[in-house]
Design a binder for this molecule. Structure first.
Ligand code: HPA
Ligand code: ZN
Length: 340
């Protein structure tokens, strides 16, 4: 028995991350370095000035800066460096499994080939598996502010890399872009064997979560905060144990919640929802996995047992083989026993 602090407990527990946009891990220092070598301009004079621009009132204000930042990524090496920087960072935080999004349209729409984007990311993920012991799954996310035809084209481009991609997702500007807009693309993706997930109920209404379940047949909801507006939906999510990939610091920075003390995660745990903690876009929202866990632990006075349950939820909600899930859950229980 070792009575370590909650901060050390969080830092040491082996974790899985299930909601992470690789473009959202682009730290200002690396952005300036890559811009320089590609002879691209960033409309900010310094790292400090860029960091000062990271103040958002809503999702759209963030997305405008996030897409602008991605503009300097050109070569396979750039996508490799971006992904490798993320993996080394979370390795230090004892993250052992990641299921991450990439947004191909952000790059193909400005003339970068699908092949360049995915090769850089894939090569880094493979190196991460081999050198850092981090297992992974890759999720291709469609930008919902673009049209159905663009999503169909992206799905076509992904087919030669079918073995590298586990799932398709849906992100970007939620309000006014309901899941129903992509019903046919998701049907085609399922036909090709992709798992489906979707961002829903971050800014959009509970109705969008129903659509994601009923029309896109998703097996996981990204965010899902607004499910609490609809008791019948909460019941359905709990009954089916559909995982919600929550992102506390993202919610705070994008004003989905006004204070971490208002974060719905404990309410959701009480309602038997399968909730998980994730970082979303850590370079923009001020924290990776440990900072997200610590933020809610402090604001909501979570115990080591609460943290342990949340960490176990992430492995349950992951796409690891059952044998691997069992192994990780046992390891986490031993960690809890030794450190509480
Ligand atoms: N929501 C929607 N789109 C996104 C997000 C998000 O939190 N992060 C990156 N793209
Ligand atoms: Zn997200």
């Amino acid at each position: 028995m070792d009575n370590i602090s909650i901060e050390k407990f969080i830092a040491g527990i082996p974790k899985a991350e299930l909601h992470l946009h690789i473009e959202g891990t682009f730290e200002p220092e690396l952005m300036f370095e890559i811009a320089k070598r590609n002879d691209k301009k960033i409309p900010y004079k310094s790292v400090e000035e860029l960091k000062n621009a990271y103040r958002f009132n809503n999702l759209q204000e963030f997305l405008d800066i996030y897409y602008a930042g991605a503009n300097v990524l050109i070569t396979v090496q750039d996508f490799y460096d971006l992904t490798w920087a993320y993996l080394t960072k979370v390795h230090e935080q004892n993250v052992v499994h990641v299921e991450i999004f990439f947004d191909p349209q952000t790059h193909t729409d400005r003339g970068i080939s699908f092949d360049t984007v995915i090769k850089g990311i894939y090569n880094a993920l493979e190196d991460g598996k081999e050198k850092l012991g981090i297992s992974y799954q890759l999720i291709m996310s469609f930008l919902r502010h673009l049209d159905e035809a663009s999503a169909f084209k992206t799905l076509e481009q992904a087919l030669p890399y079918r073995d590298w991609i586990s799932a398709v997702g849906l992100d970007s500007s939620e309000l006014g872009n309901p899941p129903s807009k992509f019903e046919r693309v998701f049907a085609k993706a399922r036909e090709k064997g992709f798992i489906t997930v979707a961002h829903a109920g971050e800014e959009g209404p509970a109705e969008y979560i129903w659509e994601a379940l009923d029309l896109l047949k998703v097996t996981r909801i990204d965010h899902g905060n607004r499910c609490l507006d609809d008791n019948q939906l909460v019941e359905e999510l709990a009954k089916r144990q559909i995982p919600l990939t929550l992102c506390p610091l993202s919610n705070l920075e994008l004003k989905v919640v006004q204070d971490l003390k208002d974060h719905p995660i404990t309410k959701m745990m009480d309602k038997n929802l399968l909730v998980t903690v994730n970082s979303d876009d850590p370079a923009y929202f001020g924290g990776y996995m440990n900072e997200n866990y610590l933020g809610i632990a402090e604001a909501l006075d979570l115990s080591k047992r609460d943290i342990t349950e949340l960490v176990i939820n992430s492995f349950k909600a992951s796409w690891l083989p059952e044998s691997e899930k069992k192994k990780m859950i046992t390891q986490i229980e031993v960690y809890f026993e030794n450190n509480s």
